[in-house]
Ligand binder design. Sequence first.
Ligand code: CA
Ligand code: CA
Length: 177
Amino acid sequence: MRAEATRRVALVFSLLDANGNGVLDADDFTLMSDRVVAVSPLSDQGAKDAMRAAFDRYWTTLLTELDANGDGEISFEEYTACVLTPERYHGTITEFAEALAALGDPDGDGLVERPAFLALMKAIGFEPGNIDTLFDAFAPSADDRIQASSWVEGIKDYYAPDKAGIPGDHLVAGTGV
Ligand SMILES: [Ca+2]
Ligand SMILES: [Ca+2]
């Protein structure tokens, strides 16, 4: 487990706790779905439904894999165990990454413009300055767009326990985690 990966996991936990009660619960994922879909006015219903389904699966996977004491909530201590068995999350993270990138690419040309990227990542809760730095790390084109596929790979790398020096590390900068 790399120190960078530990910081990435801690940041995600703090953001996923959308209702701020200190644990992950079903309400957090409903709130997060609503926030992300709300900043995707150009996306069609299918893309929005896919995002909600991906958040539902995310929560179901966490509850199934990590709720060690069976209280229906995931504490931070329970959550950190996710790094021990990353292979159990690949499918869930891939579905989440693809649904999020699809919302960022409503016209389906495979490219994501900076304003759409910023809006979605802000809705998840990342720091605006860090989001801009992350976008730049994905090597935007002259007209300031990135490949949706690069973003998908970046999200998967973010959750990988053995990765360091990846674009997603910019999201942890200055957050104190
Ligand atoms: Ca919560
Ligand atoms: Ca629990």
